[in-house]
Structures are given as structure tokens and as C-alpha cells.
Design a protein around this ligand. Structure first.
Ligand SMILES: NC(=O)c1ccc[n+]([C@@H]2O[C@H](COP(=O)([O-])OP(=O)(O)OC[C@H]3O[C@@H](n4cnc5c(N)ncnc54)[C@H](OP(=O)(O)O)[C@@H]3O)[C@@H](O)[C@H]2O)c1
Length: 264
């Protein structure tokens, strides 16, 4: 997270955003990037051990020269009531007055590396209850607050359209997210709201550390742009563009952010 964040044009000033899974990895960089462009942000996380990191990130955001709002919210988004808790805390946080919402980034996600034979119902629940049901419930929960020309950005994966051994639960959950993206784009577009997915290629993070090394190495070797991994900053810049006014005619898309590894 570079100091350049502190000098950006405030193209998102007056906007309010929720970024799920913003304690580390890609989500933390997305939250900082949106805030550095002027947005007030809610950073969600789940585990106690991430509390300190997310609190520090929120403090760093609040200390930006334009003093954006940054609120943290601990909630397990794989539960039935987790998404509503985020809304109750952030969008209803000052009692009777409700905060309007402009941008929702559904970023939190988990994977399980298991063969088909090894997958259990618990694995299915862990992946689908967050990556699919959690996104549905989170998006439903914000709908009453989402302003016209709202922006819903779903962080998916190139795995949504690729076949990786031992990742079937994860990849299929991200394929479901693409399906949700298209249907919601059709359903919510009447007032200028757009819904898009970003199909991210490999980016260094805790999650990537758990992906079999040979898969990541093969992806690097076959990535046209510089045979490298992507960075969270590269993903965050695309999120910021989708979150802004300039992308208003783009909806229902799954955009590959993978240095050309996946070409649609
Ligand atoms: N990294 C990659 O190469 C890559 C590639 C393609 C797609 N993606 C997608 O990008 C997104 C972010 O990935 P990442 O690599 O940054 O992941 P990460 O480093 O593992 O971070 C995951 C984030 O999600 C939060 N989270 C996990 N379980 C949660 C739950 N039950 N409820 C609420 N929040 C929860 C975590 O919070 P805590 O810190 O509190 O645990 C953390 O903030 C995911 O949707 C992932 O599928 C990543």
C-alpha cells in the first residue's frame, strides 16, 4: 500500500462503501484505495486475530488528508444474521438517521483444497455459505440503502471459468457468483445501478499460500503480461473504476483481471 494513495483526486467523495473481508489481502487494499479517492468505508472482517490489523488500517484511512470515515465491523458473513449485522452497525450506526450506501464490494471469500472424494458437507457449507449465500444475504441487506446509480462489485476468480483439480467447491462457488452478477445486473439496472464481477487471477495473499504451488507456477508461466502474479493494487484500481461514474454503461460483466491469463 503505497503513499501515492494519499494524493489521489477525490473522485469518490460523498460516496459510502462497504468492503467485505477488508482486514487483509485484496480487500484491505480495495478499502484503502476507495477511501483514498474520497469514499467513506466500512471494513468488515471475521476473526479476532485480524482485529488489530483492521483497526490499524481504519486509523490509517481516517488520517488521510480528507479525513474519510472508516468503521470496522466484525461479522461472520457465512451466518444467516452476519450481513444484517454489518448493515445495522454501519448504515444505522448513528441511531435513527440512516446512512445511504453507494458501493458494495463483495470481497470476502474462502477456498477448500480437496479432491471430490474428500469433500464433505462441512466443506461445502464453509465455501458456499460465504462465497454464495453470504453474498446474496449481504446484497439483499444493503438494498434498502443502495442509492440510484449504485455499484455492486463481486470479487470472483478466473477459477469461475477454469478447471482446477481439487478446487471444485471454490471454482463452482465463483461460477455461481458470476451467475448472480448477471441476474442482478438485469434486475437492478433500472435506476442506473450496475453489477459486475472481477475474475481475479493469482495475487499474493494468505489465500494464495494455500493453493497448490504447481497450479500457481503454471498460471505464472502462462500469464501473457510479464509471466507474473497480479497485485492487490491492480485489482483495487479496477474496483475503483467500476465504483466510479465513468463505468456507468458497464454492467453484468465478469472482467478478467489476470494479465491476460483468462481471455473472455
Ligand atoms: N488471492 C488470490 O490469488 C485470489 C484469486 C482469485 C480470487 N480471489 C478472491 O479475492 C477475494 C479476497 O481474497 P484474498 O486472497 O485477499 O483472501 P484472504 O487474504 O484469505 O482474505 C480473506 C478475507 O475474507 C475475510 N473472511 C474470511 N471468512 C469470512 C467470513 N466467514 N465472514 C466474513 N469475512 C470473512 C477475512 O477476514 P479475517 O481476516 O477476519 O479472517 C479476510 O479479510 C476472495 O473472494 C477470493 O476468492 C483471490
Amino acid at each position: 500500500m503505497s503513499p501515492q494513495h494519499e494524493q489521489r483526486p477525490l473522485s469518490l467523495q460523498g460516496k459510502t462503501a462497504i468492503v467485505t473481508g477488508a482486514s487483509r489481502g485484496i480487500g484491505a487494499v480495495i478499502a484503502l484505495d476507495l477511501a483514498s479517492r474520497g469514499a467513506d468505508v466500512c471494513l468488515t472482517y471475521v476473526s479476532d486475530k485480524s482485529g488489530e490489523a483492521v483497526t490499524k488500517l481504519a486509523a490509517r484511512i481516517r488520517s488521510l488528508p480528507h479525513r474519510p470515515v472508516a468503521q470496522v465491523c466484525q461479522a461472520d458473513l457465512s451466518t444467516l444474521d452476519g450481513p444484517q449485522r454489518v448493515v445495522d452497525k454501519f448504515l444505522k450506526s448513528d441511531g435513527s438517521k440512516e446512512r445511504p450506501l453507494h458501493i458494495l464490494v463483495n470481497n470476502a471469500g474462502v477456498e477448500r483444497v480437496k479432491s471430490l472424494a474428500e469433500c464433505t458437507v462441512e466443506d461445502y457449507d464453509a465455501v458456499y455459505n460465504l462465497n454464495v449465500r453470504g453474498v446474496i444475504l449481504m446484497t439483499q441487506a444493503v438494498l434498502p440503502y443502495l442509492q440510484p446509480a449504485g455499484r455492486i462489485i463481486n470479487i470472483s476468480s478466473v477459477g469461475a471459468r477454469a478447471g482446477f483439480a481439487n478446487l471444485s467447491l471454490y471454482c463452482s462457488s465463483k461460477a455461481a457468483l458470476e451467475g448472480l452478477t448477471r441476474c442482478w445486473a438485469a434486475e437492478l439496472g433500472h435506476n442506473g445501478t450496475t453489477v459486475n464481477a472481477i475474475n481475479v487471477g493469482p495475487v499474493q495473499s494468505d489465500m494464495l499460500n494455500n493453493i497448490p504451488k504447481e497450479i500457481v507456477q503454471r498460471q505464472k508461466e502462462t500469464t501473457p503480461v510479464e509471466n507474473r502474479l497480479g497485485t492487490a493494487e491492480e485489482v483495487a484500481r479496477l474496483v475503483a473504476w467500476l465504483a466510479g461514474d465513468e463505468s456507468g454503461w458497464i454492467s453484468g460483466q465478469a472482467i478478467s483481471a489476470s494479465g491476460g491469463w483468462a481471455m473472455y
